[in-house]
Ligand binder design. Sequence first.
Ligand code: AMP
Length: 454
Amino acid sequence: MTSFTDLGLMAPICQAVAAEGYETATPIQEQAIPVVLSGQDVLGLAQTGTGKTAAFSLPILHRLAESKKRPGPKKVRCLVLTPTRELAVQVGASFATYGVHLRFKRTVITGGVGFTPQMNALAGGLDIVVATPGRLLDLATRGYAQLDQVECFVLDEADRMFDMGFINDIKKIIAMLPKERLNLLFSATMPPAVAQLAEQTLRNHKRIEVSPTSSTVERIEQKVMFVQKDKKKDLLVSVLNEQNINRVIIFTRTKHGANRLAEQLGKSGITAEAIHGNKSQGARQRALSEFQTGKVRALVATDIAARGIDVEGVSHVVNYELPNEPESYVHRIGRTARAGAEGVALSFCELEEVPYLRAIEKVIQQTVPGDDTHNFHDASIAEQRNSPHIKAPKLQRGGNKGGQGQGQSRNHGGGQQRQGQGHGQGRTTGAGAAAQHGRGRGGQGGRARTTRAA
Ligand code: AMP
């Protein structure tokens, strides 16, 4: 097991990491940190939960600190692009935490909030910018940000960038970067479009793939409950009332469904907030912090809004509706079992969702055990899971296909929307590397990384 000092990181960074309770590096950190420190590009195949954020932010902080340059007005030294606002805020907070003993100027730039503070922050130049593509492109095109001196460029969750229709913005941003720079590209999956982007962006890169053994999935107790569509709400209320569930994330397929369910739960006496792409950034952060502090028990989320949410102490995930992309199932249930903890994932399956269940089981290579002990159990639906007539739907390949997934609003100033549909790729499991290493954050139960970087 490798310590952070062994990896060659400077003392102020190791101190910050130790204060977070990290004792040893996760596999992605062990492999990526020395490569980034040596100045080589990295293609990282890793999911959230593997410690990938620290895998790039720690060596970047080290490199920025070593070179001792100062950013000129409007210039940016390190640029990290993320697909969602929440992830940008979290990655920004990670840089703040790990760089607490270093004096870097940094900011998070996303849509959904005012331009002026972002323009002001950029005016003096910044060491680190974590941004969603749309807003950054707006600012750069209008001349408020100059990206021609970027030393390190990180593209996080590249596969999601495609799903969300950001690729053109990303290409425009890349065209603004200097030729000489360090590039790091992280993705949970490697559909052909991402592989092509990696080919175009990276130079002489090292490919690092963390093995999905001891996956998040394996540490989660999964159950499927067969229930008629119009009984799902009652089942949910009874599950939340009967089981000892303090902090639960409930997934719906649509934004509208998330709003409605949060409202219905409220009427049934269960405190809940919805979080999805149509909510303002302020509303999303407020919902998250109420969830994190325990003011609300349930967060009702759509897939993309929930991606990257890193709240500790989530004991249960409920798939109120099964995702039509099997890979989303892995991401969803990975919201519990963060940083080595265990969790429970309950999936409510109505008749029409049985094919989705098939697809999920194919991807996770497990049968999800059925739970027929509840009052709303529908045996006829349960029987269908074994029916030879029901087949898993064909997986879609490549990003940006239309379909039943919910579109998420882009973070672009104009509030333009694009529909995105996922790909189905072979990588199946969310690696839960943290568990293997017996690490964890000391005494911070229930903490969400929602702090906005200054
Ligand atoms: P990420 O994959 O970057 O989303 O990180 C997942 C979680 O693991 C976060 O809560 C991190 O704080 C935590 N984490 C990252 N690296 C380590 C480590 N070396 N030891 C313990 N926890 C870690």
